[in-house]
Design a protein around this ligand. Structure first.
Ligand code: ZN
Ligand code: ZN
Ligand code: FE
Length: 755
């Protein structure tokens, strides 16, 4: 027998509200050690007494195999004097004014709970609100801190005797599970017609009957409403598109298990892990040709957004409907996600045939997150439910509490204090009044949850962004503008813990360069650190005839690109997408610079070339044509076009006029769109690699980060990565979106360190 010792174990990370203490309790029983465990301000503290061997095993098991939703950042052990504690106990938290780490993200239902709801003998059979310490809603139901039942919307329900017993028994899986509930005491479902009339009978049956009949059901979930329909029913999906006024943007499809997902899509190991993760995002994957899903789910798109059921209600719905379900956010095209029952009738009434409601209120709306595997690893494209409010650890602490207000589209904000940066949920496009209101409320609530009073308020330099107005309108805090692409680069630095100089490639559609800049930026290669940057290179600007209209109608960009490359002598109508359009008017606008700003954005090149090559003149959602060009590209094509680098301007510019000429030539020669699209991608990669190599010659050891919305394009990110590795260290976004949804983190870093 090894000698008896006393150890103090301090654990930091996501360890509260995830079933950590009961798990430690059971582990202690298992190893036969005594002592106690409790939550403290910053995580969990454990005191254990026992034979050294047992203590070593105890710590090893915590490190290597913690509960599924826990993330351990740090684990420190120290020796303490041996006392005569005989048992192991869970002791109450130390009361304290600190508020950090108290609210965990919403957790996908665990396998134990899934088993219970499908077990006809279990008292939670078919119960849609089953949860335990390992799973269930958290952030979305929290009204206040600390995260205890009275501070959540579960306060309205009084635990019945069996539930209370579970809640109080340390060895029970539901010990201190704040949202614990059962059919006798917890929330319940209700099926309601669009006119508000309750539908008699079992609500789940009513909903699944409607789904099977091709109807659209508004389902209240964890972070808000979904609009659901049978994903195999072409007419149902088409009807949903019409009513939601969403023409072609892909819908997500929910299935129950990985095996069900496998039947619809080709899944790699990383994709399977991501799909089944406790965050449970929508994962963009390649659908099988044979997949039994309606074409209208993702028209002309080889990818499908797959999501596994993440709440007990979803499991029951998908299982009992017996088909994969379209699960799209419950809103009218540009409005924020609906999350309140009364609101649902008003806003979703014209869309849904039936409402499946419940009486567990949602406090903070939280959209489904979206992720994709890029270069072998997961990249979060929309960071919301499941991830929020888990913090991102900064290498260096910010100098004072910081609020970063983000950009305009796909807005998220960020609150940073010390070494921790908390990105808020996906808010959406702030141009909409309701969305802006949701932004204000969510910022306020998050400040309260975290106990952060921002002394630094960071914002984009764009004077017209609603987020900029909000920042400048705040009474307290030092305001600091951060250049858009610098913020993109800093966001990648923050998540990878980089400090000092990096070479940042920031490619997006449009971002404000600065007050002295006439043109919008978006094809930027920066030499940057956390404080400042220099612009090493950009792309030759492209004209946007009609401004924003050119973004919605990329054929206008095609006119601009082709005219720039081939001159006024070229007959534009020879290009099929331009035949029959008012090309002369647009050419005239470009020439006279009438309502025609210039932009350096690489995203605009993708739009323009997409319009030319695919004959797609109009986009029904942002970035559609660029995405379709990406999808069309032949994976095996290695050829590329010529391009120039214009050294006569400062900063140097990628000049694609030669490239454009060759593309037009190929098009008129009848070369396949797949080939041209691939060669265009390869040329963008080659030009970018050229710029990076040149930059690296001056900053030898600087790592390279790829950031900006264009790097949602997996082919582009992967090919630049492959081209430069391993000679250079190339980092892609992983934890935060490469697009504007990740920009607030970079703003927080820059402003928080430069104050
Ligand atoms: Zn569970
Ligand atoms: Zn109960
Ligand atoms: Fe951007």
């Amino acid at each position: 027998m090894s000698p008896v010792e006393g150890w103090l174990i301090e654990i930091r990370g996501t360890v509260q509200g995830v079933g950590f203490r009961p798990w430690v309790y059971r582990l202690a029983q298992d190893e036969g050690v005594s002592g106690w465990v409790r939550n403290d301000d910053a995580g969990v503290m454990i005191q254990v007494l026992g034979p050294r061997r047992a203590l070593q095993r105890f710590v090893h098991r915590i490190r290597t195999n913690p509960p599924p939703a826990a993330i351990i950042d740090h684990l420190m052990t120290s020796r303490i004097p041996v006392t005569d504690l005989r048992e192991f106990q869970i002791v109450p938290s130390e009361p304290s004014g600190e508020r950090r780490v108290s609210i965990p993200p919403d957790l996908a239902i665990c396998s134990d709970c899934v088993e219970e709801i499908f077990d006809a003998t279990n008292r939670r059979h078919r119960y849609a609100f089953t949860n335990c310490t390992n799973c269930g809603p958290r952030y979305t139901i929290a009204r206040d801190v600390p995260y205890d039942r009275p501070n959540t919307t579960m306060q309205a329900f009084t635990l019945c005797e069996p539930c209370a017993r579970e809640y109080e028994t340390p060895s029970d899986r539901r010990f201190h599970a704040q949202p614990n509930a059962c059919p006798a005491c917890g929330p319940s479902l209700q099926a309601v017609a669009p006119d508000g009339t309750p539908i008699a009978g079992d609500p789940l049956d009513a909903a699944t009957r409607a789904l099977r009949a091709g109807q659209i059901v508004a389902v209240k979930g964890v972070g808000g409403f979904h609009l659901a329909c049978d994903a195999t029913n072409e007419a149902a999906v088409t009807r949903l598109r019409e009513r939601k006024q969403r023409e072609e943007k892909p819908f997500a499809v929910m299935v129950q298990t990985l095996a069900d997902g496998e039947a619809l899509a080709i899944l790699g190991a990383a994709e399977r892990t991501l799909l089944a993760s406790v965050e449970r995002p929508i994962v963009l994957v390649h659908r099988r040709r044979s997949a039994r899903i309606a074409e209208a789910v993702a028209p002309a798109n080889p990818l499908v957004g797959l999501i596994l059921a993440y709440s007990p209600l979803h499991h029951l719905l998908v299982a009992e409907a017996g088909v994969p379900l379209v699960m799209t956010s419950g809103n009218q095209s540009d409005e924020p996600l609906v999350y309140v029952n009364d609101d649902a009738f008003m806003r979703l009434g014209p869309i849904a045939d039936l409402f499946l409601l419940h009486d567990r209120d949602i406090v903070t709306r939280c959209d489904d997150s979206v992720a994709r595997v890029i270069a072998g690893s997961p990249t979060v494209l929309r960071r919301s439910r499941g991830y929020v409010p888990r913090p991102i650890r900064l290498l260096r602490p910010v100098e004072a509490p910081t609020l970063a207000c983000g950009a305009l589209l796909k807005n998220t904000f960020c609150l940073a204090d010390g070494n921790l940066a908390y990105l808020g949920p996906h808010i959406g496009d702030l141009e909409n009044v309701e969305t802006f209101e949701s932004f204000c409320e969510t910022v306020e609530r998050m400040e309260h949850f975290l106990g952060i009073r921002p002394e630094i308020v960071a914002h984009d330099l764009h004077p017209d962004y609603m987020s900029t107005h909000y920042a400048l309108g705040r009474l307290e805090g030092r305001k600091q503008g951060v250049q858009h692409h610098h913020a993109h680069v800093a966001s990648a630095m923050a998540e990878h813990g980089l400090t000092g100089q990096v070479i940042g490639v920031a490619y997006d559609g449009t971002g404000y360069g600065g007050p002295a800049e006439v043109n919008a930026w978006g094809g930027e290669v920066l030499l940057a650190d956390e404080r400042t940057f220099t612009r090493l290179a950009t792309w030759r600007p492209i004209a946007l005839p009609g401004g924003d209209q050119a973004i919605r109608q990329p054929w206008r960009l095609a006119v601009a690109l082709v005219r720039d490359a081939l001159g006024a002598g070229f007959d534009l109508t020879r290009i099929p997408v331009l035949a029959g359009r008012e090309v002369d008017l647009i050419a005239h606008m470009i020439e006279r610079r009438v309502n025609t700003p210039l932009a350096h954005g690489v995203g605009r090149y993708f739009d323009a070339v997409g319009a030319i090559v695919l004959g797609r003149g109009v986009a029904t959602y942002e970035g559609q044509v660029a995405l379709e060009l990406n999808m069309a590209a032949d994976a095996s094509e290695r050829g590329l076009y010529q391009f120039d680098i214009d050294e006569t301007v400062d900063p140097r510019q990628v000049d694609f006029r030669l490239t454009t000429r060759a593309i037009v030539e190929d098009l008129l020669d009848g070369v396949a769109a797949a080939t041209i699209a691939a060669k265009f991608h390869n040329t963008v990669t080659a030009a970018t690699a050229f710029l990076i190599r040149h930059a690296a010659a001056h900053a030898r050891s600087a790592p390279i980060v790829l950031t900006g919305g264009c790097f949602q394009n997996a082919r582009l990110a992967e090919s630049i990565h492959a081209e430069l590795s391993p000679a250079h260290r190339v980092l892609l976004h992983r934890q935060v979106p490469p697009g504007d949804g990740g920009i607030a983190l970079g703003q927080a870093l820059v402003a928080g360190l430069t104050a």
